[in-house]
Design a protein around this ligand. Structure first.
Ligand SMILES: *[C@@H]1O[C@H](CO)[C@@H](O)[C@H](O)[C@H]1NC(C)=O
Ligand SMILES: *[C@@H]1O[C@H](CO)[C@@H](O)[C@H](O)[C@H]1NC(C)=O
Ligand SMILES: *[C@@H]1O[C@H](CO)[C@@H](O)[C@H](O)[C@H]1NC(C)=O
Ligand SMILES: *[C@@H]1O[C@H](CO)[C@@H](O)[C@H](O)[C@H]1NC(C)=O
Length: 778
C-alpha cells in the first residue's frame, strides 16, 4: 500500500507499477498471473530493492575455523547420511545411510560414538534388475534409507529405495542397539519410500500409523499420499481425479490432533501460464478417515489442499517450498509452521530464499472457507461457495459420509483462499534446504525464536527473531570445505546441538560458542539468546537454566550501552569506551609497524584513531584491517581500532606505541588499565629475506611498498626542501611492480601514492593472529 502511494508521486524507475502491489490475502489468482507477467516482462530491479535490508551474518566462520569447533562423524565405506531420528530419551541418534542404519551415542560432547551399525543392502537380484532398467549400478541401484521412525518402544520402522524397488522393515532395538534385519521381514514399500533416491518424500508416524507422501512408480510420475501400518484401513489419494499434479514433490508431513498436514510443491494447474508455474501447497487429511464405502473406496474422503504464499513486496514470489517444521504452541504463542522457500526464477544467476511462518489457525481457516471448482468445458477454475451438506464434507466428522458428500469431495479438493505466510527472513544468493527451530529463553524471560538453516552450499545459518522485529543472522558456519547441500538437520535439545547430515557424514554443531565474544559489548551486540555476559567471571557464557538474573543480555535490541552499563543506568553512557587492556608495542625507528585489528563483526564499521590526533595519513595505511604504520619521529602514542555497530562505538584493540625519539606522557584517563607487552609484526626497512612472495602476500607487499615509497619521497622532500619539488618527484618515482619481492622495488608503477582505502572486510577476514610476522623486504 505504501508502495502504491509512492508510485503516483513520480514514475521513477524505482517505483513499482500498481500491478506490483503484491498479493494481498485472498487475492484473485489472476492478479498473481498479472504480477508474474509484469515482473517477467518489466525486468524490474527487484532484488536490489529488497536486498538493502536483508540480514547479513554478523560472523562468518569458514570450514575448519577453530572458533567454531565442530565434530564430524564419518565412517569408511558409508555415505549419504540422509535420514536422522532421535531416540525418545534424546541420547541416541539413529541414522539412515546408504545401505546401512546406524545407532550413534550422542550423550557426550564431541564426535558421536558409533554404538552399532546394521547393513541393509538391496538384494543382488534387485540390483541386477535395476541396472537392467538402465539405472546406474554405481550411483542409483542401492538401498538409500528414506524413512526411519520410532514405531514403538521396541521397534523402529524403516524404508529404503532398495535399488528402485522400495522396501520396508521393522528393526528391533535392544538398549537402543539395532538388531540385524532378517531378509524375510522385509516387505514391499511402494508409496512409503520413493523408487528414485533423487525424488522427494516425507513420512510421519502418528497414532501408530505411517502417513507418507512420495512417488509411487518407477518413472516418478505418480505421486501419492498414503496411510499404512496400524489398525485403520490403508488409504490413498485418487490418481485419476488428479488431486495431485504428476510432479508433486513432498517436503514435510506434520500431524496435529485431528489432521495430518502435508507440505509440497507442484505445478499450479489453476493458473494458465506460458511457462510451467510452480506453487507451494499444504494438504490435509483427517486422522479418523476410513475411506468411502461405494464411492472413494480405499481413498481419502477428506483430502483438501490450499496454496501457500510466501512473498515480500518487491521480490519475486518464493513459490517453491523446500522444507517445513512445526513449532508446537509455546507458553503464549499459537502453534506455527515455519517453512523455507526459494523462487523458481533466478536473478543474476543466484537464487534467493525466504523463511515464512504460517499459523495453524490460518491454515485451518482456509480449509473451512470456499472451494475452487474446475469448469470441465472451459478448463477454468472458478470459486465455489460452501456446500449445503452437513456435516461439512472434508471435516473430520465421525460416521460414514453420504454419497452426496463424497461426490462433492471428488471434485472439490482445492481451496479458494490462500494461506498467507509472514516472511521472517529473505536472503538473496542463498538456498535454504532444511531448517530446525526452537525457542530460546533469554535473561529477560522472553522466548526468542531461533532458526537453524542449512544451505545448498553446505553452510548453517543461525537466525534469531525477537519480538516483532525481523530476523537477524547471528552467524554463518561453513560446514564443509567443498560446497554441497545440507541434506538433513536435526535439533537435539538435550545435547544443545544441531546435527547436520550430508553425503560424507554427520556434523555435530553446538548451538553457540559464547567464548568467541570477548567483551560484554561484543557479547550483547551478538544478540544471541544462548549467550550472556557473566559480570562475575567477566566472560560471555552459555546461558544455563535456571537463568541467572545478574547476567547481561539484550537479544531484542542488542544495546550494550544499556546492558553493559556499570553502576546506575544512564550515568555511564558509554560503558566500554575505556579499553579493557592496552597492548604495548616498542617501536624501532625506520621500520614499518603492523597493528592488527580483528574484524569480528560484519555489521560493524571499523576505523583507527591516534589519541585525540588524526592518524598521520602520509605515513600510514590500513590494509586488511591492520594499521600499517611507518615509524618516523613523533608517531608514538595511543592507537585504537574502533568498531561502530548499532550506533555504538567501542575500541576493539588499543596499542600504546613507544617511540624512542619522544617520551610520551600517558593520558591520565588511561591510568589503571592493565597493560600487556606485545610483539607487533615489524617490517624492518633494509635487511631480511623476502617473505612476501612465499606467503603470497602480494597486496600486503604493495602496501608496504607504498609506504617505502613514502619514505623515499620524504627523503626527497628533505633534499629538495620544496613542497612543489617533492610533489613532482613523488609523481615520477617509478619502479616495476612485477619484480620478485627480493629485488629492490621501491614502487609499483600503477600504485597510487595515496594510502589504500580501508577495505571493509567481512568477518571471515578476521585478523586474529597478531603473532605472525609482517613482510620483510630486502
Ligand atoms: C570457542 O571459541 C574460543 C575462542 O575463540 C576457542 O578458543 C574455542 O576453542 C572455541 N570452542 C569451540 C568448542 O568451538
Ligand atoms: C557396474 O556394471 C559394470 C558393467 O555392467 C561393471 O563393470 C561394474 O563393475 C559395475 N559396478 C559396480 C559398482 O557394481
Ligand atoms: C512393537 O511393534 C512390533 C511390530 O509390530 C511388535 O512385534 C512388538 O511386539 C511391538 N512391541 C511393543 C512393546 O508393543
Ligand atoms: C587478511 O588477514 C587475514 C588474517 O590474517 C588473512 O587470513 C587474510 O587472507 C587477509 N586478507 C587478505 C586479502 O590479505
Amino acid at each position: 500500500m505504501e508502495r502504491e502511494r509512492r508510485g503516483d508521486q513520480e514514475p521513477s524507475g524505482d517505483s513499482l507499477p500498481p500491478s506490483m502491489a503484491l498479493l494481498a490475502p485472498g487475492q484473485d489468482p489472476w492478479s498473481l498471473l498479472g504480477l508474474l507477467l509484469s515482473q517477467l516482462f518489466l525486468a524490474l530491479p527487484l532484488t536490489a530493492r529488497g536486498g538493502g535490508q536483508e540480514p547479513l551474518p554478523r560472523i562468518t566462520y569458514r570450514a575448519g575455523d577453530g572458533r567454531r569447533a565442530l565434530s564430524l562423524f564419518h565412517q569408511k565405506g558409508l555415505q549419504d547420511f540422509d535420514t536422522l531420528l532421535l531416540s525418545g530419551d534424546g541420547g541416541t541418534l539413529y541414522v539412515g545411510a546408504r545401505e546401512a542404519i546406524l545407532a550413534l551415542d550422542i550423550q557426550d560432547p564431541g564426535v558421536p560414538k558409533l554404538k552399532n551399525m546394521i547393513p541393509w543392502p538391496a538384494s543382488d537380484r534387485k540390483k541386477t534388475e535395476c541396472a537392467f532398467k538402465k539405472k546406474s549400478n554405481e550411483t542409483q541401484c542401492f538401498n538409500f534409507i528414506r524413512v526411519l521412525v520410532s514405531f514403538n518402544a521396541t521397534h523402529l520402522y524403516g524404508c529404503g529405495t532398495f535399488a528402485f524397488s522400495p522396501a520396508c522393515t521393522f528393526i528391533e532395538l535392544r538398549d537402543s542397539y539395532l538388531l540385524p534385519i532378517s531378509e524375510d521381514k522385509v516387505v514391499e514399500g511402494k508409496g512409503q519410500s520413493p523408487f528414485d533416491p533423487a525424488h522427494k518424500h516425507t513420512a510421519v508416524l502418528a497414532d501408530g500409523m505411517l502417513y507418507s507422501g512420495t512417488m509411487n512408480n518407477f518413472l516418478g510420475s505418480e505421486p501419492i499420499l498414503i496411510r499404512t501400518l496400524g489398525p485403520q484401513p490403508v488409504l490413498k489419494t485418487d490418481n485419476f481425479l488428479r488431486w495431485l499434479q504428476p510432479d508433486a514433490s513432498f517436503v514435510a508431513a506434520i500431524p496435529s490432533t485431528q489432521f495430518v498436514y502435508f507440505f509440497f510443491e507442484e505445478t499450479a494447474s489453476e493458473f494458465e501460464f506460458f511457462e510451467k508455474l510452480h506453487t507451494s501447497r499444504v494438504a490435509r487429511v483427517c486422522k479418523n478417515d476410513v475411506g468411502g464405502d461405494k464411492l472413494l473406496q480405499k481413498k481419502w474422503t477428506t483430502f483438501l489442499k490450499a496454496q501457500l504464499l510466501c512473498t515480500q513486496p518487491g521480490q519475486l514470489p518464493f513459490n517453491v517450498i523446500r522444507h517445513a517444521v512445526l513449532l508446537p504452541a509455546a507458553a503464549s504463542a499459537e502453534p506455527r509452521v515455519y517453512a523455507t522457500f526459494s523462487s523458481q526464477w533466478q536473478i543474476g544467476g543466484t537464487r534467493s530464499s525466504a523463511v515464512c511462518a504460517f499459523s495453524l489457525k490460518d491454515i485451518k481457516r482456509v480449509f473451512e472457507g470456499k472451494y475452487k471448482e474446475l469448469n470441465k468445458e472451459t478448463s477454468r477454475w472458478t470459486t465455489y461457495g460452501v456446500p449445503e451438506i452437513s456435516p461439512r464434507p472434508g471435516s473430520c466428522s465421525v460416521g460414514p459420509s453420504s454419497d452426496k458428500a463424497l461426490t462433492f469431495m471428488k471434485d472439490h479438493f482445492l481451496m479458494d483462499e490462500q494461506v498467507v505466510g509472514t516472511p521472517l527472513l529473505v536472503k538473496s544468493g542463498v538456498e535454504y534446504t532444511r531448517l530446525a527451530v526452537e525457542i530460546a529463553q533469554g535473561v529477560d524471560g522472553h522466548g526468542h525464536l531461533v532458526l537453524y538453516l542449512g544451505t545448498a552450499t553446505g553452510a548453517l545459518h543461525k537466525a534469531v527473531v525477537s519480538g516483532d522485529s525481523s530476523a537477524h543472522l547471528v552467524e554463518e558456519i561453513q560446514l564443509f570445505p567443498d560446497p554441497e547441500p545440507v541434506r538433513n538437520l536435526l535439533l537435539a535439545p538435550e545435547q544443545g546441538a544441531v546435527f547436520a547430515g550430508f553425503s560424507g557424514g554427520i556434523w555435530r554443531v553446538p548451538r553457540a560458542n559464547c567464548s568467541v565474544y570477548e567483551s560484554c559489548v561484543d557479547c550483547v551486540l551478538a544478540q544471541d539468546p544462548h549467550c550472556a555476559w557473566d559480570p562475575e567471571s567477566g566472560t560471555c557464557r552459555l546461558l544455563p537454566t535456571p537463568i541467572p538474573k545478574s547476567w547481561r543480555q539484550d537479544t531484542e535490541r542488542g544495546n550494550p550501552g544499556w546492558a553493559c552499563a556499570t553502576g546506575p543506568v544512564g550515568r555511564s553512557h558509554q560503558p566500554q569506551s575505556r579499553p579493557q587492556i592496552i597492548k604495548e608495542v616498542l617501536a624501532v625507528p625506520n621500520s614499518i609497524l603492523e597493528l592488527p585489528c580483528p574484524h569480528l563483526s560484519a555489521l560493524a564499521s571499523y576505523r583507527w584513531s591516534h589519541g585525540t590526533a588524526k592518524i598521520p595519513e602520509a605515513s600510514s595505511a590500513v590494509y586488511n584491517g591492520s594499521l600499517v604504520l611507518l615509524l618516523q619521529g613523533g608517531v608514538g602514542g595511543l592507537y585504537q581500532c574502533w568498531a561502530t555497530e548499532k550506533g555504538f562505538s567501542y575500541p576493539v584493540v588499543s596499542y600504546w606505541v613507544h617511540s624512542q625519539d619522544q617520551t610520551l606522557a600517558l593520558d591520565p584517563e588511561l591510568a589503571g588499565i592493565p597493560r600487556e607487552r606485545v610483539e607487533a609484526p615489524l617490517t624492518r626497512v633494509g635487511g631480511g629475506a623476502a617473505l612476501a612472495g612465499q606467503r603470497s602476500y602480494w597486496p600486503h607487499f604493495l602496501t608496504v611498498t607504498v609506504l617505502l615509497a613514502l619514505v623515499l619521497s620524504g627523503a626527497l622532500l628533505l633534499l629538495l626542501a620544496s613542497p612543489l619539488g617533492a610533489l613532482r618527484a613523488r609523481g615520477k618515482v617509478q619502479g616495476c611492480g612485477t619484480l620478485p619481492p627480493g629485488e629492490k622495488a621501491p614502487l609499483s608503477r600503477d600504485q597510487h601514492l595515496q594510502p589504500p582505502k580501508e577495505h571493509r572486510t567481512s568477518a571471515s577476514d578476521v585478523d586474529a593472529d597478531s603473532s605472525r610476522l609482517g613482510t620483510e623486504m630486502a
